[in-house]
Design a protein around this ligand. Structure first.
Ligand code: FCB
Length: 483
């Protein structure tokens, strides 16, 4: 790797990150592993969903994906070559307790645990720190059959599963993230139905919100029991919500979407209460009677690190019904809205640059988000656990010249630094994603990787953006826009 791209800058045209800043990349089990029926794994809701005709673009499934289950050694070698300090991956719950049901975990599958244990050992041998997400959406199907996240028993089983994984890996893993983006699990899974399990019941989505919060709290306590030295984190896809409208109703649209996306998770976890306005806003959908006495204390556990995933800004306005409701929220097409009890809020199309997902590019949002968290929750350590972009990459003569992705990364890293400079305690950054992979409802049609995957041959090609990122990591600095 001796290309010009890897030299990010000449002296004076780069900005440095704090010493010890952790540089990494991320993936998730169902998106990369494949091997869905191997070593005792049973189906998850994403196996069922992707095998249901019409659910995933192109009829794609995660049956093989990147075959990371078999190729992780090769993948770790690439990470090492790129100088990654950390790898965030997730554990597939159906590999660990394949016989789980609502009543109990069933026997632990040693072969499933052994896979992750070996993965951790290989990472450590390569000098790469593992960061483990316990739940990145592949719920065992048997639990969904018993109610899924609408049932508190799913939260109870999650905590037991978390204890098993933390017990097995906690001697070598420093960071456990309980859940990835419970917003998506709840609202895309149970309200708009564009994610597994594909249900479209607004009340169920709010029950799912609560039971995911409960799963985080019970899971956090379980990780502490099993791995007292580990750090406990939660990863949220928080939104930088704004409006370009000036009506009172526009400001109210901001408040409501902020409530449904940000505060309904942040407040119970960090303050031990649900936001009163969200309870009121959603009163026509549910009375929240699934919140039992004592639940909020269970949810309000000490949190060592908050993981923040950021891709794109969220712009809203009040919908007055005079034209079709604009739904450019970036969360897929559905006749059912994920925005429970917010049918009079719309998401206008924004001018300007977009990624292949149709997501607007605005790095300012990442700065604003990190600064808001710093302001409202002073002292809370922040980690960017996902950020990146999909573009229509092509391999030409063995190279992928993904200049747009490199620019996206450069500008978002500068945005992280702006927040750090203003005092936000951000300690690391995980690029989404290490590999092109199964992008949920979009299947393999969207490429987020800095390493290209040819799905027919499983050949990996390091994209130019990965070489650029490797230089950033090596220098612990990002070139300025002109650099
Ligand atoms: C996030 C998910 C991740 C990936 C990116 C693009 O919402 O956590 O798995 O799909 O979006």
């Amino acid at each position: 790797m001796t290309t010009t791209e890897e030299r990010p800058t000449t002296a004076g045209t780069e900005r440095g990150f704090p010493p010890g800043f952790v540089w990494g990349t991320a993936t998730a089990s169902y998106q990369v592993e494949g091997a869905v029926a191997e070593d005792g794994r049973t189906p998850s809701i994403w196996d069922t969903f992707s095998h249901t005709p019409g659910r995933v673009a192109g009829g794609d499934t995660g049956d093989v994906a990147d075959d990371h289950y078999h190729r992780f050694r090769e993948d770790i070698a690439i990470m090492k070559q790129l100088g990654m300090a950390s790898y965030r991956f997730s554990v597939a719950w159906p590999r660990i307790t394949p016989q789980v049901d609502a009543e109990g975990l069933g026997p632990v599958n040693e072969a499933g645990l052994a896979f992750y244990s070996t993965l951790v050992d290989e990472l450590l041998a390569a000098g790469i720190e593992p960061a483990v997400t316990l739940y990145h959406w592949d719920l065992p199907q048997a639990l969904e059959d018993a109610g899924g996240w609408t049932s508190r028993r799913t939260a109870e089983r999650f905590a037991e599963y978390a204890e098993v994984v933390a017990g097995a890996l906690g001697d070598r893993v420093r960071t456990f993230i309980t859940l990835n983006e419970p917003w998506c699990s709840a609202y895309l899974g149970y309200a708009s139905g564009v994610h597994a399990p594909g249900r479209t019941e607004p009340a169920a989505a709010l029950a799912a919100v609560h039971h995911l919060n409960l799963a985080h709290g019970l899971g956090a306590a379980a990780v502490r029991r099993a791995a007292p030295g580990a750090r406990v984190a939660l990863t949220l896809n928080l939104a930088w919500v704004r409006t370009e409208g000036s009506r009172r109703a526009d400001a109210d649209a901001v408040r409501r979407v902020d409530g449904l996306q940000n505060r309904v998770f942040l407040d119970p976890v960090l303050r031990g209460r649900y936001p009163a306005d969200v309870l009121l806003d959603t009163a026509s959908v549910t009375d929240w009677s699934f919140v039992r006495e004592g639940d909020l204390a269970l949810i309000h556990q000490p949190l060592d690190v908050l993981g923040v995933n950021y891709y794109s800004p969220t712009v809203v306005q009040a919908w007055d019904g005079s034209s079709p409701r604009a739904e450019n929220d970036g969360h897929g097409a559905s006749t059912h809205s994920p925005w429970v009890a917010a049918g009079d809020v719309e998401f206008p199309e924004l001018p300007g640059e977009k990624t292949a997902m149709g997501w607007s590019v605005d790095p300012r949002g990442l700065t604003e988000l990190l600064l808001r968290l710093h302001r409202e929750h002073p002292g809370l350590e922040l980690l960017v656990t996902e950020n990146g972009a999909a573009y229509d990459d092509e391999v030409v003569d063995g190279r992928v010249h993904d200049v747009e992705r490199t620019r996206y990364l450069r500008d978002h890293l500068a945005a992280v630094l702006d927040a750090v400079a203003a005092g936000a305690p951000v300690t690391g950054y995980y690029l989404w994603s290490f590999l092109d992979n199964f992008e949920w409802g979009y299947g393999f049609s969207k490429r987020f990787g800095v390493v290209h995957v040819d799905y027919a041959t499983q050949v990996r090609t390091v994209k130019d953006s990965a070489r650029w990122y490797a230089a950033v990591v090596r220098r612990n600095a990002v070139p300025t826009a002109a650099g």
